[in-house]
Ligand binder design. Structure first.
Ligand code: ADP
Ligand code: MG
Length: 267
């Protein structure tokens, strides 16, 4: 080997080592291929560097998406595209399309899905959550019972504040299945504190089979229920699924007002 060739080979090794040292492993691995391409296609230095770093950027994006998805704990792989609007004419498709733009995250608006079991509340919540994860947001999915249990355990172990910080963290928190069964122990208080600390800061999606008019009964405490609804509904889209239910009809007028507000806001 002549000397210039050797130094070129050493320089290549050095470059590879630099990439590895900076943990740009995908770029390091792609380096020989990109250099070959650069020679074959007579790429400019800029084009070759761009092609090399694009590989690393794509790999990083994929890793971050996977990590956000793991963190989010979505229980099903459902997406909004899977939801059959024709099968559920009770759902306001236009409102859902608006929500799917994720603009509601920008002003920390909430979304409430209210309806009986099996109408697709969880599916829509997961669909929106997944869109948010894919758009780069930190999302966390839990059920009301799970949240109550986690907070209860944290209180016993002296980690209440840490637990509250955890639930304040995600840009979007989904609380699924707030139901007629009262939350155990200090569950209602925990839920209230979580909602309260997220109020006006970050969005919460809540699904429930309890019509808004019946929340006081479901919580066993009208004051907590009213305070929670106040914060949840201040900026919210209410998606009532199941037109014929009497309970839903009673809050429909309320939902309409809120929906108009949200539509005015997001459109
Ligand atoms: P809920 O949370 O209201 O009890 P789910 O979201 O769990 O209901 O939906 C129940 C099941 O029915 C799920 O498997 C869901 O995928 C399916 N499903 C409900 N509504 C629809 C719909 N409009 N299009 C497609 N699948 C639906
Ligand atoms: Mg459900």
């Amino acid at each position: 080997m002549t000397k210039p060739q050797m130094s070129e080979a050493r320089r290549y090794q050095q470059l590879r080592a630099h990439l590895s040292y900076l943990k740009l492993d995908n770029a390091a691995e792609a380096l020989p291929r990109i250099l070959d391409e650069a020679r074959a296609e007579r790429l400019s230095m800029t084009a070759a560097l761009e092609r090399l770093l694009e590989i690393e950027v794509n790999a990083t994006e994929e890793r971050r998406l996977a990590s956000r998805l793991r963190f989010a704990c979505l229980p099903e792989p459902w997406t909004l595209a899977d939801f059959d609007f024709a099968a559920q004419p009770g759902v306001d498709e236009k409102l859902l399309r608006d929500l799917a733009t994720l603009r509601f995250l920008d002003d920390a608006s909430n979304v409430l899905f209210v309806g009986p079991p099996g109408v697709g509340k969880t599916m829509l919540a997961i669909g929106l959550a997944r869109s948010a994860v894919e758009a780069g947001h930190r999302v966390y999915f839990t059920t009301a019972a799970e949240l109550a249990a986690k907070c209860h355990k944290a209180a016993l172990e002296g980690r209440w504040n840490t637990c509250m910080r955890f639930f304040a963290g995600p840009r979007l928190l989904v609380i699924d299945e707030l139901g007629y069964l009262p939350l155990p122990g200090d569950g209602a208080a925990a839920l209230f504190q979580v909602i309260n600390q997220r109020y006006l800061k970050s969005s919460t999606i809540l699904t429930t089979n309890v019509g808004i008019a019946d929340w006081a009964g479901a919580f066993g405490d009208a004051t907590v229920a009213a305070a929670m609804l106040d914060r949840l509904l201040h900026r919210a889209a209410v998606v009532g699924i199941d037109g014929p239910s009497y309970r839903l009809r009673t809050h429909q007028a309320h939902a309409d007002t809120i929906r108009q507000g949200v539509n005015a806001h997001v459109s």
